[in-house]
Design a protein. Sequence first.
Length: 264
Amino acid sequence: MIRLVAADMDGTLLNSAGKLPAVYPEAIRRLTGHGVCFAVASGRQYFNLLAHFGALREQIFFLSENGARVTLRGVDLFLDSIPFADLKAPLQAIRSLPGVDPVLCGAKSALIESDDPLLVENTAKYYARYEIVPDVLEAAESDRICKLAVFDRNGAEHHSYAQLQSFRERFTVTLSGKEWTDLMNPGVNKGLGLAKIQEHLGISPHETMAFGDYLNDCPMMARAEWSCAVANAHPDLKKICRFETLSNDENGVFAALKQQFSFL
């Protein structure tokens, strides 16, 4: 029996235009009304997710920042912190790479060091609260930093992601999108975030269904017996999922949920 559903945002719930299809809010209300918990699981900032699911904020779990933060009804059930001293070396390396910028992700706000239009556009897409500052580390002194995101105009997988492998002994280095790599504390990922929700609810992986499309969703699939990739997912994610559904542009998550729950 499935008691918890977790779904990624970009490429999974959101369509190719970056919009949340109208079918999902009502589907989530029906799920929660029938005792099935729902978690939106994303690399996005918590405040960004609220912009999409604000009307449901009292009913669902927000697994944000790729698992570094888990929030329910405005209260953090889990919020990981990276020591400031440990951020100096990766920040120096990121700043030295051409076409690459750091985004320091805090509980209060995200911080960037440039007003470059492309950086600002992509930061605003995933972070509802952000500031442009001369030095992200100095500006973050009054915040709790849970993630160091890296925006790469060249494409992350074959550029900055490879360059940042030298920090694997200290950080979890996760490819989270075509232009994005995330650095977090060891063991922090969507799988850990989902585990925190399962522990809070007393729900096992055997009672969990998860949907995703990209490599940062892999740890989450390991925590869900009902692991499901959308048709447009990365091939490596499809390999580890037990099921596959239609693409994000075909409302694949909803199609799979309809097969499982007769009330949808």
